[in-house]
Design a protein around this ligand. Structure first.
Ligand code: ADP
Length: 618
């Protein structure tokens, strides 16, 4: 008998599961059945594709039995692939996925929040310890002679020893604790299987005794799930309830789907797809090692659920099934990635999904708002990464705006434009509140020109890369070149008159700025800074720094001053006090930098200047 320690993370996970998820303890059955189904999938695939396994007697089934009298044990067995000694140590002693570690770090200790999170995350086998004092796993790998028994009380270590088992597969015996007793019951088990595992593709049997002791008892075995490939049935046969149940079966998500798209393609290629959009974005949406959400089947045989190529990265939140009639069963990973059949299923699926999003956007504003709250950002990633879908995605992304409450689209903006307006204006920045107060907006507001407020980090990268929406230019108002529309003949005259003053200010500021210009975008503020058309904005520079880019060249801002502002007018009238003129010039720049959210390199100097000017004014 060999004793092993659990990996530290496993102990941590076990502790958390047992202490914060007890209100959701029933999910252990779903998790164990899902593991059994995976094990059957793996073996079924091998029997079809691998010579070594073709002769194996394979009767795929999951069976549940329990001791109804003392209510002390519950047994879940499968005839799947099984595990050898090494598998046992690796699979039931460590945590391989870094996603699990991330998950652990996200748990807050607040049971209610955590149980929401856990709904999205398969805690798997270890959840059995919520209802067990002890768990025994007896398993034999298909094609091998020796079976092994794994035993643990979930407290820190486990034991492995040789054992006996007929045939191949895995039998898990749960020694129920007081909380788990209720599950040693025929109706409880049936209910839970119907609720969570009805659409598992293999039959699930329940073994129980019926009758009573006096009249005689009899042992019965009933199939308790429907075990059909639901996606193969026709839409008209299926109810919302069927779809939602199936979603739970495949997604590990205890929440509901927001909507789904079920498509059957016939003709050049035959396949069925059933896609779901989860109501809540998957917890690992922004993790590089996110778990892909699509299961690939060929003629109803499960092939893989670990293939990121099945969906473009930006649609990684989609859950569901692709089942093809035309792919070969023994597709390897390498073949999958270049397979033409799959490539065309994939591109048709993307089109279908985007079309569905559009029809919801047009027909069900409330639902679409919910969708956008969760998935606006991945769609914007698509604008950047999926050139072929750009047109479609441009109609799907949403923004905040100075003109309307809530979300708006490019198309709506266009519809609100005045005939004279030639471009779509936007401003990027760190957050919406700050953007709404930006001095750069002043003149646009005065002239009634709408500006889109882009506070998503990704906007800085994506929107400039678009350049246009239809025939309309997209112009950032925190850059040069966006203010032409605002300039009247009168403005141009005033600018000319300001030239000598601008030269003086530039002399004072030296290479702190690239240029000093007259502004036509300001109303109440004396100054603002903008980025040169091709330079990164302050926010983008900060983002590059945050992403670890060390050598960011020192991009100098352009200072714009407001010819109509009192300070500027006074400077223009009298610049004889040299010291004061210098202080005010620097302050014009520094206040504009601060409003933009930039950090001053020498804050102490700024404060000294401010104090000198205040002293003079008093
Ligand atoms: P997950 O299923 O999310 O990978 P689990 O903790 O539930 O995590 O299971 C860990 C691993 O143990 C599985 O990936 C699988 O390799 C193995 N395993 C669990 N249950 C079974 C089973 N019934 N038959 C074969 N292997 C199993």
């Amino acid at each position: 008998m060999a004793k092993h320690q659990f990996q530290t993370e496993v102990s941590q996970l076990l502790h958390l599961i047992v202490h914060s998820l007890y209100s959701h303890k029933e999910i252990f059955l779903r998790e164990l059945i899902s593991n059994a189904s995976d094990a059957l999938d793996k073996l079924s695939y091998l029997t079809l594709t691998d010579e070594k396994f073709k002769s194996i007697a394979f009767d795929p089934r999951i069976e549940i039995s329990f001791d109804g009298k003392d209510r002390r044990t519950l047994v879940i067995s499968d005839t799947g692939i099984g595990m050898d000694e090494v598998d046992l140590v690796e699979n039931l002693g460590t945590i391989a996925r870094s996603g699990t570690r991330l998950f652990l770090s996200r748990l807050s200790g607040d049971a209610r929040k955590d149980s929401n999170l856990i709904g999205q995350f398969g805690v798997g086998f270890y959840s059995s310890f919520m209802v067990a004092d002890k768990v025994e796993v007896v398993t034999k790998k298909a094609g091998e002679q020796q079976a092994y028994k794994w035993t643990s009380d979930g407290k820190g270590d486990f034991e492995i020893e040789p054992a006996e088992l007929d045939g191949h597969g895995t039998t898990i015996t749960i020694h129920l604790n007081d909380e788990g007793k209720e599950y040693a019951d025929r109706w409880q088990i049936e209910d839970l299987v119907k609720k969570y595992s009805n659409h598992i593709a293999f039959p699930i049997y329940l073994r129980y005794t019926s009758g009573d002791e006096k009249k005689g008892q009899e042992e019965k075995v009933d199939q308790i799930n429907s075990a059909s490939a639901l996606w193969r049935r026709s839409k008209t046969e299926l109810t919302d309830k069927d779809y939602k149940e199936f979603y739970e079966t495949i997604s590990h998500d205890a929440g509901e789907p927001l909507f789904w798209v079920h498509t059957r393609a016939e003709g050049a290629q035959e396949y069925v797809t059933l896609f779901y959009v989860p109501k809540k974005a998957p917890f690992d949406l922004y993790q590089a090692d996110y778990r892909p959400g699509i299961k690939l089947y060929v003629k109803r045989v499960f092939i893989t659920d670990d293939e990121k190529e099945l969906m473009p990265v930006y649609l990684r939140f989609v859950r569901g099934v692709i089942d093809s009639e035309d792919l070969p069963l023994n597709v390897s990973r390498e073949i999958l990635q270049q397979n033409r059949v799959l490539a065309s299923i994939k591109s048709a699926s993307v089109k279908r999904l985007l079309a569905e999003f559009k029809s919801i956007a047009d027909g069900n504003k409330e639902l679409y708002a919910e969708f956008i709250e969760q998935y606006n950002r991945p769609l914007k990633e698509g604008l950047y990464s999926d050139f072929a879908s750009r047109e479609a995605l441009l109609e799907l992304v949403r923004f905040k705006s100075t003109a309307v409450e809530g979300w708006t689209s490019f198309a709506d903006y266009k519809a609100r434009m005045t005939p004279e307006q030639k471009a779509i204006y936007y401003i990027t920045g760190e957050n919406e509140e700050r953007l709404r107060e930006s001095p750069l907006l002043e003149a646009y507001k005065q002239k009634g020109i709408e500006v889109l407020l882009m506070a998503d980090e990704i906007d800085e990268i994506v929107i400039p890369s678009l350049g246009k929406y239809g025939e309309l230019d997209l112009k950032a108002i925190n850059r040069t070149g966006a203010d032409d529309a605002l300039k009247t003949e009168d403005d141009k005259k005033k600018e000319k008159e300001l030239d000598p003053l601008l030269k003086l200010i530039k002399e004072v500021l030296g290479d702190r700025v690239k240029e000093v210009r007259a502004s036509s975008r300001l109303a109440d503020s004396p100054s603002c800074i903008v980025a040169d058309e091709n330079d990164p904005t302050v926010q983008l520079q900060q983002m590059m720094k945050a992403l670890g880019q060390k050598e960011i060249p020192d991009f100098k801002p352009i200072l714009e001053v407001n010819p109509g502002h009192e300070i500027v007018k006074k400077l223009q009238a009298d610049s004889s006090d040299k010291a004061l003129f210098e202080d005010v010039s620097h302050l014009l720049l520094e206040q504009a930098l601060l409003v933009e959210g930039a950090q001053l390199k020498k804050p102490a100097e700024f404060v000294r200047r401010l104090n000198r000017v205040m002293a003079k004014a008093l």
